[in-house]
Each structure stands twice: as structure tokens, then as C-alpha cells.
Design a binder for this molecule. Sequence first.
Ligand SMILES: [Zn+2]
Length: 379
Amino acid sequence: MSRRGGRAGEEHDQVRETGPLDRVAGAHDAAVLAVARRGEPVARTGLAEELQVTPQAISKILARLMERGLMAEAGSYSAGPGKPTTLYRIVPGSRRALGLHLTRSRVHGVVTDLTGEVLERRTDEIDPGLPVPALVDALAASARELAGHGEGELLGLGVGTPGPVDPVEGVLHGSSPADVWSGAGIRDLLLAALDMPVLVDHDSRAALVGESWSQPGLLDDAALVLAEDGLGAALRLGAAIVHGAHARAGEVGHTVVRMGGRPCPCGRRGCAEAEFLGALAEGDDAAAAEVLATVVLNLVRLVDVDRVVLGGRSLYTHHAVMMDTIRAALEEGLRAGARVHVEVLLSTRGVDLIAAGAACEVLEHEYGLPTALVGPGAG
Ligand SMILES: [Zn+2]
């Protein structure tokens, strides 16, 4: 988006040159919405400056967003003589999205507003061996119940689940070919059951999308490390979620952190996940924290992020020792790169992290900047 003179029609001239009207108009709208998502009321001139678009173009974008009910006027202020400045704000209740976190033992679901704020949550225990039709019934029932809460247009359902999962086809790969869930096309089955758009993704990626949706711009170059029943990570680089050639980017759980270490179900030894879970099972929180710190430091070295978000059930329980150990390891490990600063944050979403993240994936799909959809490997 670049500043192109002062004429109101300029923006549209530019749109015709560069691509389909909807997509580019969408990008402008998404950029304004991203600024508004921070929560503070925004003014036309401030938006124009920040986004490098003419104030006239901003007026058109705001008019479009207000027509769709996504934004509204939020009063005005006078900074001296002359016309008062009108302020605008996002309308959180204008849209809703559903998110489900599916694990082997439970379905935790939320419904969120446009900003990703959780309006309602529910948890249902499920049987790990549940046949696929019954699993889909359980997921659909949870989604239907949650859809009854809150107001605003319901955009769709996101499902976040531990890998391996094919987010493009919306298929669970299961833990082995013998797994009853293996090959289950839950996206299409849920779409048929619920008649609404459905997205299925890795739990860690859903979590990272959720964290960045609620904090626009903060996590453009970030990793999220998730410690649930396994250990995983997701990456956002240059504001785009990284998928990789096989949608497996960020699978840190099976990177080796100790040669000849503990056996791992994947058939190798010393995988980060096996070492982490093994140490936790032995009650050795300090050793588990060291494994996590190694994983985080390796990630930071490999992809150069400036923020790392940590979350997941295994981590919340021991977060004090985990956070201290990781921060110390980064300080020690990055000392040579004096100008490298990496902030380590703990997710504040708690048990909602993945479910809310999956809901935010739906929101991002509708209203996110296009870079989030065309990032490395996404096509
Ligand atoms: Zn392994």
C-alpha cells in the first residue's frame, strides 16, 4: 500500500492495475481492521499515516467497514479550533467464530467475537477409540451448542488438533495406520453436518494465529511453542504463518536434543518430546525445562524470531521454572549476538489457547491480511 497523491479515485486506479478488486480492497480493509483490533479508537488521519494511504482512501475503507457493521463511529474530539475529529472503533460483537480443540480425551470448544475474545466455552469428555461418525457427532453437537451463545454473524468453525493432520484437505492422519481416526476427513464431514465453513489445523498453528490475532503486529516474526501431551511449535515469519512443503513446519517435538537419549514412539532416540515428557513423568521439572530451553534456543537460532510465546497444559503447571530456564538459556545462548533480543511470553489464554486460536483462524481467513493466506508453502 503506498501513498498515491491526494485524489480520492487514486486508490481504485491502483486496484485495477494490480489485481482483482475484492482481494486488494480486502487487503486495505484488513489493514484498517488490524489497527482497530488493538482496541483503541482510531482517527482517519492516524490510519492514513500508519497505513500510508490517503485520508480519502481511508474514508472509503471506513465507510465499507461500517456498512458491513465491522466498525462504528466512537465519538469525536476537538484538538483546537476547526472541525472535531471523528473516532472509529471495531465492533467486537458484529461477528463470531467457533473453535474446537480436539484431543484424544476431550473436546474443548469456544465461541469468540471478532476480536478473538471468548464469549462462552464448554468441555466434553470423549472416548479415545470413538469411531469417526460418533466423533463427528460429538464435535458437531459441541459446535451447535456454542453457536447459541452471543450475537453477530457466525463465520464458521475452526478445529485445532495435535498432528499429524492435513490442513489443506482437513484430514486427520492419526497416530498410526491402525488408529480409528486415521484418514478421517473431519473437515468435510463437519461441513456436511453443520453447513458452515470449517478449517482444520495443527494445534500449535491454531494457537499462534490466535495469539497474533489478539495482538496485531506484535507477533509478525514469532514462534509459539506448545507443550500439551506432546511438544510442537508454529512459526510466523514476515507476518505469514509458515506451513512448509508438507504442512509440517515447526515440528520440533521430533528434533533430537540428546544423542542416544530416551526412546521415542517415532522410532528414534533423544527426541525433544520424549526427553521433555520423560523428565516431567519423573517429576524432574528442571530437566524438562532444560529440554524446552534447548528447543526454544535452537528455534530462535534457526529462524530468527523476536518473540517466543509459550503455552499448553504441560507448561502452565510448571510455568515459573520453565520461563526462568528458557529466559536464562536465551540470554546465555544469544550473548554473542549482542543486538539480538528475544522476548519470551507466556500465553494468557490458558485452557482456551487452542480452541480460541482455531476460532481466530476462521476470523483471520475472513479478515486477515492476505499475506497470512499466501505465506511460504501455503499454496
Ligand atoms: Zn521422536
